[in-house]
Design a protein around this ligand. Structure first.
Ligand SMILES: NC(=O)c1ccc[n+]([C@@H]2O[C@H](COP(=O)([O-])OP(=O)(O)OC[C@H]3O[C@@H](n4cnc5c(N)ncnc54)[C@H](OP(=O)(O)O)[C@@H]3O)[C@@H](O)[C@H]2O)c1
Length: 332
């Protein structure tokens, strides 16, 4: 069952249908949705399976689906399906919002979950991971941080090695805006450019005020450090207070300002923060410009490991969800 059919849902559908020949790794993945739901653009329900190519054509052609008698939550609680693909809108203000109920309902019925929505793992990782374990199903969210970059499956592949902390630059919009500020552009103009290029939200507050970064930091801290925290417990400051003067002063000193996300253990507790920081010009973080993202993992028995992501787009996000589905299908 697919809940959310926006950018990610439609890209995933396109990859599995009209673009399929480009991705031989998807050859064994046959997805037969029994329902597709949106928020305000109707849905489709068909117990025999929905033709994804037709559904995509219908959505594009008529700008939506017909109204459905069931809500997504009612369908998740009553219909027959194997996997929930939760790709609805992130709702930070309501602690994950309906997506939490969707994921909880699916796991509770012993259904696997693959989600790119940050809400569930950011607000209730411990509870949902425990529920998935109890029901012997997977709760996977590879695209929730750094799109399809294999971070969580890397974590699951570690044997005996413990992550002791991490730092990173996770939010494309803020990193892009900071790079533009350095080049002398104003905050308003840089945000407008990010919107025109299609990766900043119409309301960019979640990004600029650090909420998106806090959600990703909470997910990583929950997954790697068993922090049991949520985005509200991340010590958060966005970039709205970063002035052109501060950028110019940093540049004059050969430094850069970046929105750095961190989590570490201190006095038996996990601390997490998202803060604009001045970075030395020769630090790896100083080279993460524009739309790039980076994660530095620290371990007890390995040296630090860097994962850099260059200019991710929708393909990466959809690919992450498909990786989760392949893992659920037993292909990885
Ligand atoms: N885009 C990316 O590159 C990216 C990267 C990483 C993670 N993500 C996450 O992936 C998710 C999907 O992203 P997106 O870019 O596809 O978002 P999007 O284009 O805004 O699409 C969201 C979809 O969710 C639907 N929806 C909203 N509330 C719903 C509800 N209560 N029940 C059922 N459907 C609902 C929307 O329907 P309506 O249009 O009818 O409201 C829409 O179809 C988000 O959580 C996002 O944070 C996205």
């Amino acid at each position: 069952m697919i809940v959310g059919f926006g950018n990610v849902g439609q890209k995933m559908a396109a990859m599995l249908t009209e673009e399929r020949d480009k991705y031989p790794g998807l050859a064994n993945l046959e997805l037969k949705p029994v329902a597709i739901f949106t928020g305000r653009h109707g849905g489709l329900v068909n117990a025999q399976g929905i033709d994804l190519a037709q559904a995509l054509k219908q959505y594009r052609g008529s700008g939506g689906f017909p109204a459905t008698p069931l809500t997504a939550l009612q369908a998740l609680e009553t219909l027959d399906y194997d996997v929930l693909v939760e790709i609805s809108t992130l709702d930070i203000a309501n602690r994950g919002g309906l997506a939490m109920a969707h994921v909880r309902a699916a796991l509770d019925r012993g259904k696997h979950v693959a989600t790119a929505n940050k809400g569930p793992a950011a607000f209730a990782y411990r509870e949902l991971a425990a529920l998935a374990e109890k029901k012997k199903v997977r709760f996977l969210f590879e695209s929730a941080v750094m799109d399809g970059t294999p971070i969580f499956c890397l974590g699951r592949a570690l044997r005996g090695v413990r992550v002791t902390g991490f730092s990173g630059i996770f939010n494309t919009t803020t990193n892009f805006v900071l790079s533009r500020l350095e080049a002398g552009e104003s905050m308003a103009s840089a945000v407008r450019t990010a919107q025109e290029l299609g990766f900043a939200e119409a309301d960019p507050a979640n990004d600029l005020e650090g909420w998106d970064s806090s959600a990703k930091t909470a997910i990583l801290a929950n997954f790697f450090l068993d922090a049991g925290i949520d985005p509200l417990r991340v010590d958060r400051c966005g970039i709205t207070g970063v002035t052109p003067d501060a950028i110019a002063r940093a540049r004059a000193a050969g430094r850069k300002i970046k929105l750095i996300c961190r989590a570490w253990r201190e006095d038996g507790q996990v601390r997490a923060e998202v803060q604009p920081r001045e970075i030395a010009g020769d630090h790896y973080f100083a080279m993460i410009n524009g739309r790039a993202a980076a994660l530095r993992l620290e371990f007890d028995m390995l040296g630090p490991l860097w994962i850099l992501e260059e200019n991710p787009d929708l393909l990466d996000t959809a690919a992450g969800v498909l990786q989760d589905l392949l893992a659920i299908a037993g292909e990885g």
